[in-house]
Design a protein around this ligand. Structure first.
Ligand code: MG
Ligand code: MG
Length: 656
């Protein structure tokens, strides 16, 4: 990734400063009536936006963390005490290492169990603070995070906490340092940002401010709009984290399940809108404790964090016109109108098998103009490209190497994707071979954007085909621990929303599945997360050369007619057992003659309310790639998850 993320972000900001539509222009600026300028009684220039991430959020040694954080594009880092204590260098050397990596040390944390003590315990707490101040001065960090106390001997009372903070502020100010006070959601007396703010307000010391953390506010279901009452210059730091909606002990939830903004269920956007609407102009920082991240490569987590933060800040910028910081303007989420093109790479030995499969599905091969041996197939709005690739023993074939999305502006889509940290793909201009208006997905596959300037498909060919009109969905198999990253990749780039994660039962283990869909349902992606190679999805991952599309579903308006045409062309569907149809007969009122035709064609069925879903599968081929044909009726929005275990068992019988 290199410094590509940050470079892209600032390049975008620069390139958009002239001649941009008002919709993407930063609104606050000299002369604008920003809250900041009103508070200060005069016009002030918006400050450049600063971003940071806490070292606890990612894996690795401190040096690995610093390198990954800088490469992803952050401007600052929060140093967690345990990372400093475990390192064998002095605080001065660590601070220098951060600055050498191009990072400001935004914060040192945490300082625990400070306020509310009496007598010797109180004196000891102040001694501890002085030692940390020594360390911070060596480190070159001017802000300390004090979290609200959980000490068993601490006494409550806002005034007592305020008096302790005022005394601490006096000591910090003598050294040119500042202290931010944060309400832990599980704090003994102070566990709500409104109480933390009241203690800070009463402390009334310029070196004492509040630190806000989205988890502590939203995790306790405290209305984030109450933050709007806090003056922006009294907020010393804003930390953001998301989390899935799980009912559990709030401390355990916080320490193990936080995730990147946009990956969970908390309304982090509303929180950050409130914080930034105060005129706050300090860093926006990620503080994420997550068990999965601890095992992932530091570069990956830093990259995902930066992606999440850029998308979040862009959402805030659009919703809150008067910010005191200059958040770069980037094009909005891409409205994908369709997923039109899928490109396979196939070795010489596997290309004929793919061609035969596409022919049996009713695709028409277009006259080739490519000099690289690439073949183009079309049916309805669907285009499939098959590109020869020299056989590489480690990589299975054929595999999907490119997805082409129909969009309004390919240039805007590439701009947003690269600002979010995706790597642009360079290739021959004017070709349709994936080199144009394209970026890499997290596994190095190609996501291409096709607008009206892109080469058009030939005339639609429904009559000669099997009635396949468009791509209904693609299902991408990914390692389970990368599911959140993939989901974030798509939801931060496209105007697409993610459904809940559901379990699919494979005889060899569980597969976790999450569907992503555009508002009109024209673009649907399914992410299947595999944990063990004993599942079909896990074996595909292990043998298929990485995370990519495992099954590709085409829509028809009449699946029985399509099934007849497929049979006439020699297409072989995945055989479903008789037990399945006996079960369907017991569960649903399907007319006997219809059920008989469905059984003959191996068509599966699901029903939710008035919505009906009919689908059939090809036999697996290559590394386990499968084609599916679906008919949706009555607004059915799912994917036939009820049939998944039966279908997976049938596939495993063919490819044990
Ligand atoms: Mg925090
Ligand atoms: Mg499917």
């Amino acid at each position: 990734m290199g410094t590509q993320g940050s470079d892209a972000f600032s390049r975008v900001a620069a390139s958009l400063s002239d001649g941009v539509p008002d919709e993407v222009r930063p609104v606050s600026g000299p002369g604008s009536d920003s809250i900041d300028s009103r508070r200060r009684g005069g016009a002030t220039r918006p400050r450049p936006l600063k971003t940071a991430i806490a070292t606890v959020s990612i894996s690795g040694t401190l040096d690995e963390k610093l390198a990954a954080i800088a490469a992803a594009g952050f401007t600052g880092v929060e140093i967690l005490e345990q990372d400093l204590v475990a390192d064998d260098r002095s605080p001065r050397e660590i601070g220098q290492a951060a600055r050498d990596a191009g990072l400001e040390v935004t914060l040192y944390q945490p300082f625990r169990d400070f306020e509310g003590l009496t007598g010797a315990a109180r004196a000891k707490a102040f001694d501890r603070a002085e030692r940390k101040f020594d360390l911070m001065q060596e480190l070159g960090c001017e802000l300390l995070l004090v979290v609200s106390s959980v000490h068993p001997e601490a006494l409550g009372g806002i005034d007592r906490a305020a008096a302790d903070l005022a005394d601490l502020g006096e000591r910090a100010a003598r050294r040119g340092l500042r202290v931010g006070y944060e309400a832990l959601a599980w704090g003994r007396f102070i566990n709500d940002h409104r109480d933390a703010w009241e203690a800070v307000r009463r402390a009334d010391h310029p070196a004492i401010g509040i630190i806000l953390d989205s988890f502590h506010t939203l995790g306790r279901r405290i209305d984030p709009d109450t933050i709007r009452d806090i003056p922006g210059d009294r907020i010393f730091l804003v930390q953001v984290a998301d989390a899935p909606a799980i009912e559990m002990d709030v401390l355990y939830w916080s320490r193990h399940f936080r995730n990147m903004p946009g990956e969970g269920d908390l309304d982090v956007t509303r929180f950050l809108r409130a914080a930034m609407a105060t005129g706050y102009c300090g860093p926006v920082s990620l503080e994420i404790f997550n068990d999965q991240y601890r095992g992932a490569p530091p570069e990956t987590i830093a990259r995902d964090g930066y992606r999440a933060l850029v998308a979040l800040i862009d959402d805030v910028r659009r919703a809150e016109p008067k910010l005191a910081v200059d958040a770069p303007a980037i094009p909005g989420r891409v409205a994908a109108r369709g997923l039109d093109v899928v490109e396979f790479h196939a070795s010489g030995a596997d290309a004929p098998g793919l061609a035969a499969m596409l022919d049996s599905l009713g695709f028409e091969r277009l006259p080739s103009v490519a000099t690289d041996g690439r073949q183009l197939w079309q049916q309805g709005e669907i285009r499939i490209a098959a590109t020869p690739r020299p056989a590489a023993p480690a990589i299975a074939s054929p595999t999907v190497a490119r997805l082409g999305f129909r969009v309004a502006s390919a240039a805007d889509a590439v701009t947003r994707a690269t600002a979010l940290g995706a790597k642009p793909v360079s290739g021959p201009a004017g070709s349709d071979a994936g080199g144009r208006d394209a970026v890499c997905d997290p596994a190095g596959g190609i996501v291409q954007f096709l607008d009206d300037a892109a080469p058009q498909a030939g005339p639609a060919t429904p009559a000669g085909g099997c009635g396949l009109v468009r791509i209904d969905h693609v299902a991408q198999t990914v390692p389970f621990e990368e599911m959140l990253a993939w989901s974030l990749f798509y939801t931060s780039l496209f105007d697409i929303s993610a459904g809940p994660i559901i379990d699919l039962v494979d005889p060899g283990g569980l597969v976790r599945s999450r569907a992503l869909g555009s508002p009109d349902g024209r673009v649907r992606l399914v992410l299947n997360g595999a944990e063990t190679p004993r599942t079909l999805a896990g074996r595909f991952l292990a043998e298929g050369g990485g995370a990519t599309v495992q099954h590709l579903a085409f829509a028809t308006d009449d699946i029985l007619a399509t099934a007849d045409r497929l049979a006439a062309r020699g297409f072989e569907s995945l055989p479903m057992p008789r037990n399945y149809y006996d079960d369907l007969a017991a569960r649903f009122d399907i007319p006997a003659d219809r059920l008989a035709r469905m059984q003959a064609a191996n068509i599966l069925y699901d029903r939710v309310g008035d919505g009906e879903f009919f689908h059939l599968y090809s036999r697996p081929f290559g590394p386990g790639v499968v084609f599916e044909i679906v008919e949706r009726r009555g607004g059915y929005g799912g994917y036939g998850a009820a049939n998944a275990s039966c279908r997976i068992a049938a596939q495993k019988r063919l490819a044990p």
